[in-house]
Ligand binder design. Structure first.
Ligand SMILES: O=P(O)(O)O[C@H]1[C@H](OP(=O)(O)O)[C@@H](OP(=O)(O)O)[C@H](O)[C@@H](O)[C@H]1OP(=O)(O)O
Length: 440
């Protein structure tokens, strides 16, 4: 049996493909999609009783596969020039870089959605409608009961259009256009949270742990191995150059599904070290590193729960919003996942505990690939038995802290009790204000 999804079996997949962090394909998180992009795993979503019916669904989705940002294109150009000017390598793949690969990325690409990203969202739309056919349905779409909200960034707007196209093409709808709302207050809340902007986003020392790790022994070893493979002096292969080579491999694979010569600069150990460096960035910039990272998503947290509450109160009557599809960024999704307590480890990720964090839950390669998504599905099981099913990247997850950690479809009231402190507080204006006025 040929396992198309493993690098060992499939030479088209780089050995480091599952370590690309937020630059990784969705397919590496759900490898069954490599054989069938529309496959769904319905068995794990059995409600507690057959009378349970879906009454509301919220999907918070990262945009699909994109080009590198201009910041990273600049680093890639610098690396390519370095390799061209100094390599005297005898190695076959280095020869490939110099003779068969040309630098095709340009700064004006700047993070725009690629065709693969369009397909990512179209296919996700079809899979979610297969998983939840009574609520993501042609009737609900035509009835205006499926709402779309997006970040203003082009990659998100185009991802929203792609998600809609996935549905309209599946149902051959050509006679009507469906609207979407651009709402950066919700989908780019991090831009407007003063405390986050000041204390983390614009604070160079906020990423100290990542900086220390990129200068530490594990990364120095990676840099030396790459310098040897490129046959250039050690001092020329800085962390930025290693990251540029890693990203070149990741983008060539995500955008073109090619196992490019850049990938052969890294072995699996190198890939794991690179993944940890990128996880440190996300942990401290968007995750558990600082409390304000997750608290900056309070506005999105309350938006989600206010809609769930409304669906519960309207249950039994005609609902006016059955489904909400919200498209944002990795930095939209990660703070919310953190606020909800998902993927939290007992130990903080630091520059010095890489070895003990090999089995960590906080792995952005698994949490935040392109098209990553948090889906919350509300079920009415009759007699006020309301349940909420969370999924991350189409896999059921268990709300942390709930008594029954086996219960992946808990009572909505138990969830609200679990998050009572946040529901009664977590006021965006308050948590984001920089200086608290002195108590009178
Ligand atoms: O390293 P780059 O410039 O690609 O970082 C991007 C972010 O990409 P990510 O680190 O998440 O892979 C990008 O997030 P995305 O979800 O929109 O891809 C973000 O919008 C962009 O500003 C860059 O983030 P950074 O933290 O400013 O590096």
């Amino acid at each position: 049996f040929r396992n198309d999804s493993s690098p060992e079996e499939n030479p088209n997949i780089p050995v480091i493909a599952k370590y690309f962090g937020t630059k990784g394909r969705y397919e590496e998180v759900n490898p069954y999609l490599i054989r069938d992009i529309l496959a769904v795993n319905r068995s794990s979503l059995q409600p507690p009783s057959p009378q349970c019916r879906e009454i509301h669904l919220t999907a918070i989705i990262r945009h699909g596969t994109r080009y590198p940002t201009s910041k990273n294109v600049k680093k890639m150009e610098k690396l390519y020039k370095l390799v061209q000017s100094s390599a005297r390598g005898k190695d076959r793949w280095l020869h490939e870089i110099l003779t068969q690969w040309t630098m095709w990325y340009t700064e004006d690409m700047d993070g725009r959605l690629v065709q693969k990203g369009v397909e990512d969202l179209k296919h996700l739309a079809v899979r979610l409608s297969k998983l939840f056919p009574t609520i993501i349905s042609e009737e609900k779409l035509r009835g205006g009961l499926i709402k779309f909200i997006t970040s203003s960034k082009h990659r998100c707007v185009n991802s929203t259009l792609s998600f809609k196209a996935g549905l309209t093409e599946m149902w051959a709808i050509t006679d009507v256009e469906f609207q979407h709302a651009v709402n950066d207050a919700l989908m780019r809340f991090f831009d407007k949270c003063t405390k986050f902007v000041q204390e983390v986003d614009n604070n160079p020392s906020a990423l100290t742990e990542m900086d220390k790790f990129t200068q530490g022994p594990e990364m120095v070893r990676v840099q030396q191995k790459i310098a040897d493979r490129l046959n250039v002096s050690y001092h020329l292969i800085t962390y930025d150059m290693v990251e540029a080579a890693f990203y070149l491999c990741a983008y060539e694979f995500a955008i073109k599904t090619e196992n490019s010569p850049w990938c052969r600069l890294f072995d699996e150990i190198d890939g794991q070290v690179m993944e940890y460096a990128l996880d440190l960035k996300q942990f401290w910039k968007r995750g558990y590193g600082y409390d304000i990272n997750s608290k900056s998503s309070c506005i999105l947290f309350h938006d989600v729960f206010s809609r769930l509450d409304k669906a519960v109160n309207d249950s039994g009557q005609a609902v006016n919003e059955a489904v909400t599809v919200q498209v944002g960024h990795a930095e939209t999704l990660l703070p919310l996942l953190t606020l909800l307590g998902f993927f939290k480890d007992s130990e903080t990720l630091t520059s010095t505990n890489y070895a003990s964090q090999r089995e960590r839950s906080f792995r952005t390669s698994r949490m935040l690939p392109y098209a990553a998504n948090l889906v919350l599905v509300l079920f009415d099981c009759g007699g006020r038995d309301i349940r909420l099913q969370p999924l991350v990247n189409e896999q059921p997850v268990v709300f942390p802290g709930l008594a029954d950690q086996q219960e992946s479809m808990p009572l909505y009231e138990d969830i609200k009790r679990q998050y009572a402190e946040l529901l009664n507080g977590c006021d965006y204006e308050t948590v984001c204000e920089l200086f608290k006025p002195a108590e009178p």
